[in-house]
Design a protein around this ligand. Structure first.
Ligand code: GLN
Length: 552
């Protein structure tokens, strides 16, 4: 029977609750247990699909097509376990289920209330499909004290009561700030946060205290005493240089050991952290350094492209290189700026994106990479724009565009270069999309198969003839243009089964120029870096060596 570990946060947000949860998952896994991680988000959006990445960070997409919180990406990267739609829930989702039930008459005329109806649905979500797991780790988004988080806290309190303490435990993550004027670390916010939790009826078993410096034993003892927690269960979370150090740092302080002890599990398995050791060794001793320019729209906050920067790091780990990112805001990036901004980078990447703003800057960056033979990786929007750039500037199709930017006058009868497709196959099933559907429901989402054309760079990189990758987009490149592209050197090297959707394009006379309609970054893990990123970073390293030779 699965045991449940609930992770809550206090004092401030952004303390790394997701990473702490993912790290504990990895540690339990390193002891031989089967784990699953879940995220409960108190916001009212049904999912993050329609939320602005500048506010909420990236939208992580699962194989089964759910648009979820970026923490699910951490979970996958740290444990290698593929997340499912059922691993992410929000208040919005709970309420839309509840209201649909109420309309159907499922509540038989009863008054529908937060307790027990909302809390029951939350508990149902937590418990669903967990029979096969040893541990289910559930992270509650937000911080203790938020009004919208209350039903979730009440639901996890009830589960502690119903399943018993042998199957439920609580971990609370707080901040212990350093006050410069007093030259002291302060424990009061932690005490208050735990008090708040206890008022709801939850006594945490373990406290993770984030701090920017070592918390003296005397202060840890004080926290333990005031918060009613055993001293060895007050664990500090100090800042680290790489996120892949986090599992080890926690384990050194006995985090995983205490978890087992609280559950009364006598652990006979050995903790095997060898794969983490290997990663850290590589991260800490790079043999080369490269700079990749990311030309996108949400360059202000790192979280908007979380999986992307992680995938580049993984490729760095694979190639034993440090990958630096130069963020370039595509909006306001003009043709004249391009050479100056990109001359000294080793590779250019245009990531996924939506809408017309910044398109000209991205197109200019693609022209520069194509003409100057800089390795180029175009992801989703970055592929669509690479095709448009090529059509306009090489094939002379001046009006080549995407209907995402406005209506298209179909003079030649084959449709726009990038446009909406209303039907496609997923395995043997025909899926359809309506143009007038909800914003949140019109995309091609989740894992789709793609066939690779033998002899192409794509087939060589993947060393396979068929792959599966995750998608999140509305528009598609139009297959009818293939005959115009291929003779001049841009090859459609990956095609959907059935042959009607181009999934990968590549350029023949270029050291490394690849565009993919899917999001490879979502499947990259530190232990199994994504082959496209590994190959891209290897090309960047070759470029950097050539440049150095030229200069010498
Ligand atoms: N805006 C494009 C589309 O909807 C690309 C989306 C993306 O890059 N994820 O097809």
């Amino acid at each position: 029977m699965a045991r449940f570990i609930f992770i809550t946060g206090g004092v401030v947000s952004s303390l790394g609750k997701g990473l702490a949860s993912a790290s504990l998952g990895a540690l339990l896994q390193a002891r031989g247990y089967k784990v699953r991680l879940r995220k409960l988000d108190p916001y009212l959006n049904v999912d993050p699909g329609t939320m602005n990445p500048n506010q909420h960070g990236e939208v992580f997409v699962t194989d089964d097509g759910a648009e979820t919180d970026l923490d699910l990406g951490h979970y996958e990267r740290f444990t290698g376990v593929n997340a499912r739609r059922s691993d992410s829930v929000s208040t919005g989702q709970i309420y839309s289920t509840l209201i649909a039930k109420e309309r159907r008459g499922d509540y038989l005329g009863g008054t529908v209330q937060v307790i027990p109806h909302v809390t029951d649905l939350i508990k149902e979500f937590i418990l669903k499909d967990t029979d096969q797991e040893d541990f289910v780790l559930c992270e509650i988004g937000g911080t203790v004290g938020d009004i919208e988080g209350l039903p979730f806290l009440e639901a996890i309190r009830q589960l502690g009561y119903e399943l018993g303490r042998e199957r439920v435990m609580y971990i609370h993550l707080t901040l212990v700030p350093y006050i410069a004027a007093a030259k002291e670390l302060k424990t009061k916010p932690t005490q208050h946060s735990v008090k708040e939790l206890r008022a709801i009826g939850i006594q945490p078993d373990i406290l993770l205290c984030r701090a920017d410096r070592e918390i003296p034993l005397s202060e840890r003892r004080k926290i333990a005493l005031f918060c009613n927690i055993r001293e060895e269960c007050v664990i500090q979370g100090l800042d680290v240089s790489s996120i892949y150090e986090v599992p080890q740092r926690y384990s050194e302080q006995g985090f995983d050991k205490q978890v087992l002890k609280i559950f009364g599990i006598e652990d006979k398995n050995v903790l095997n952290l060898s794969r983490w050791d290997e990663i850290l060794k590589r991260v800490q001793h790079p043999k080369a350094e490269v700079t990749v320019a990311i030309v996108g729209k949400y360059t202000g906050i790192g979280d908007a492209y979380k999986s992307l920067t992680e995938a580049l790091d993984h490729a760095g780990i694979y190639n034993q290189a440090r990958v630096h990112v130069r963020w370039i805001d595509a909006a306001g990036f003009e043709k004249e700026d391009v050479a100056k901004a990109l001359r000294d980078v080793d590779a250019v990447l245009v990531p996924g994106g939506f809408g017309e703003r910044g398109v000209n800057g991205k197109l200019a960056a693609i022209t520069y990479a194509r003409e100057n033979k800089k390795p180029y990786l175009g992801i989703c929007f970055g592929m669509q724009l690479a095709v448009i750039e090529y059509a306009r500037n090489v094939l002379g199709i001046k009006d080549a565009s995407s209907t995402e930017f406005g209506p298209y006058e179909d003079k030649n009868g084959i449709g726009p270069l990038v446009g909406l497709m209303t039907e496609w196959m997923r395995g043997n099933v025909l899926e359809t999309r309506r143009h007038d559907g909800d914003l949140g429901g019109t995309m091609r989402l989740g894992a789709y198969e793609c066939e690779l054309i033998a002899g192409t760079l794509a087939a060589k990189i993947y060393d396979a003839d068929a792959i599966s990758e995750r998608h999140r987009h509305r528009y598609e490149v139009n297959m009818h243009y293939r005959d115009q592209f291929e003779p001049s050197g841009m090859i459609f090297s990956g095609i959907s089964p059935g042959g009607n959707l181009p999934e990968i394009v590549e350029m023949k006379d270029h050291p490394w120029f690849v565009g993919v309609q899917f999001h490879p970054e979502l499947k990259s893990r530190p232990f199994s870096p994504h082959p496209l990123f590994s190959s891209f970073v290897a090309a960047a390293i070759r470029n950097s060596k050539q440049e150095k030779n030229k200069a010498a």
